[in-house]
Design a protein around this ligand. Structure first.
Ligand code: HEC
Ligand code: HEC
Ligand code: HEC
Ligand code: HEC
Ligand code: HEC
Ligand code: HEC
Length: 308
């Protein structure tokens, strides 16, 4: 029904014939949301349709409930406006009342936070972005690190000048691959509905495309120039002397937040295993000193520890 106006561009003149008096289709037609849902990676609005119930409460408390994401889970077409995008979407509970969602991340947490029916491999994003964590991308609050040397303008650790951007949104990373497409995490040709490509593979060559998502905000030349972690280039590009392939940012970093470590460190345990003493951890050595140590085994190299 929504696609009558928000879908594949039907000529307004043709459609207007079938409308009640006084109602007209937008002319020129609105941006095409339907095309986004045809892309390889998209919210399962159509696959898992028909599950949404009026008066349901989210996050889901019943682990047996099937997952879903209808248009009306994210938009209340009666109440929304371009200034009150989330009007009518219930957020926090206060007694028997629900206050409307006011930020994008609160909307996402309805299904990607403490939902009892989260699929096994997925994690609680509300827990990961909590400003109480040792590190997190600055979605709910400004970040903890004041020396993110790779940041590209206008991004800044803290907002000082009016043009500085010190906070980002889920939508800065999860949105269409096409900048002219409608806003929102409807679909993308990149995995995980990402705006840009992000390779999570081990033993893969580095390129501007491989980690394009991160290089939108973090300078590729700063990262590969080892301005923060002195062994970034060695790990990301691989070691030509020993013919060891490079590895993804994903092997060491989460893109969301870490309940355990600073610097968004979270080892991908498909690639990284404990050292011979059974330890798998990152330890910082001095704040803002670019110095730490790792206990692990990776590509057959024991780190127990390796320091920088
Ligand atoms: C009769 C045509 C029509 C139908 C059907 C329709 N819309 Fe809209 N919608 C509009 C128009 C017109 C706008 C305003 C567009 C603008 O200002 O650019 C709009 C705006 C929106 C916006 C954007 C608000 C903003 O600016 O951020 C959302 C979200 C939206 N509609 C969702 C829906 C959903 C969900 C449905 C189905 C339940 C739906 N619409 C059905 C015509 C329609
Ligand atoms: C009404 C529930 C609902 C809401 C609200 C919701 N999602 Fe989802 N989302 C889902 C479901 C269902 C899936 C399919 C996978 C799953 O079950 O988690 C999904 C999948 C995704 C995926 C793809 C995961 C993958 O591995 O490919 C991303 C990314 C995502 N959502 C981001 C968001 C963002 C960002 C928001 C807020 C703007 C949001 N979602 C809001 C239900 C929701
Ligand atoms: C800095 C970019 C970035 C931001 C900001 C971001 N994400 Fe992601 N997200 C990613 C990347 C990269 C992946 C794929 C790798 C992975 O799974 O960690 C991903 C994966 C996901 C997935 C699927 C895998 C999983 O772990 O569940 C969901 C769901 C998701 N994000 C939701 C969100 C929500 C909700 C927000 C905002 C509260 C958000 N993301 C903010 C980059 C981001
Ligand atoms: C998982 C949540 C989610 C689902 C499901 C979803 N949307 Fe959205 N949609 C969003 C978000 C978030 C935005 C961006 C709001 C913003 O920041 O401007 C958005 C934006 C839009 C816009 C405005 C685009 C623009 O560029 O102004 C339209 C129209 C829209 N959605 C229609 C739909 C329709 C129709 C459906 C169902 C077929 C749907 N959405 C399903 C989350 C969702
Ligand atoms: C082998 C593990 C590893 C890999 C792979 C890795 N990093 Fe890092 N990264 C680190 C460590 C450790 C630090 C913390 C340095 C310190 O002590 O401050 C760090 C710090 C950072 C920082 C914060 C400081 C700065 O430079 O602004 C950013 C951003 C960053 N990494 C981005 C990336 C990106 C993007 C990739 C992939 C292209 C990547 N990293 C790959 C280990 C890694
Ligand atoms: C939309 C912009 C944006 C994108 C995309 C982005 N980042 Fe960031 N990132 C930031 C900002 C802003 C900060 C600064 C937060 C702070 O000051 O603590 C940051 C900080 C970091 C840090 C340091 C966090 C800390 O607490 O020490 C790491 C590591 C990092 N990003 C890695 C990545 C990786 C890996 C990717 C790709 C998956 C990525 N970023 C994509 C904006 C972005």
């Amino acid at each position: 029904m929504c696609f009558v106006c928000h879908g594949d561009r039907a000529p307004a003149k043709l459609l207007n014939r079938n409308l009640p008096r006084g109602v007209t289709f937008p002319d020129p037609p609105l941006k095409n949301v339907e095309a986004e849902f045809r892309k390889n990676y998209h919210h399962p609005t159509f696959e898992d349709g028909g599950v949404h119930r009026r008066n349901e409460t989210l996050p889901e408390t019943d682990p047996r409930m099937p997952r879903h994401a209808d248009c009306v889970d994210c938009h209340n077409p009666h109440l929304l406006s371009s200034t009150k995008k989330y009007a009518g979407i219930p957020g926090k509970r206060a007694g028997n009342q629900y206050t409307d969602v006011t930020t994008e991340y609160e909307l996402c947490y309805r299904c990607h936070g403490a939902s009892a029916n989260l699929p096994g491999r997925y994690t609680n994003k509300k827990a990961e972005f909590s400003p109480g964590n040792p590190s997190f991308h600055p979605v709910e609050a400004e970040g903890k690190n004041s020396m993110v040397v790779s940041l590209i303008k206008p991004y800044k650790e803290k907002k000082v000048a009016p043009g500085d951007v010190s906070m980002i949104t889920c939508g800065d990373c999860h949105a269409s691959d096409d900048p002219s497409a409608p806003r929102g995490p409807h679909g993308s040709r990149y995995e995980h509905i990402l705006v840009d490509n992000y390779s999570t593979r081990d033993n893969a060559p580095e390129s501007a495309f491989a980690y394009a998502l991160c290089y939108r905000c973090h300078s590729r030349s700063s990262i590969l120039g080892n301005e923060s972690f002195p062994y970034h280039a060695l790990h990301i590009q691989g070691n030509t002397a020993t013919l060891t392939g490079g590895t993804s940012c994903y092997t060491c970093h989460t893109a969301h937040g870490s309940t355990e470590n600073k610097y968004l460190i979270r080892f991908n345990t498909d690639v990284v295993t404990p050292d011979s003493h059974g330890q798998l951890k990152f330890v910082e050595r001095g704040v803002a000193k670019f110095s730490g140590e790792c206990y692990l085994t990776c590509h057959g190299v024991e780190h127990s520890p390796k320091q920088y």
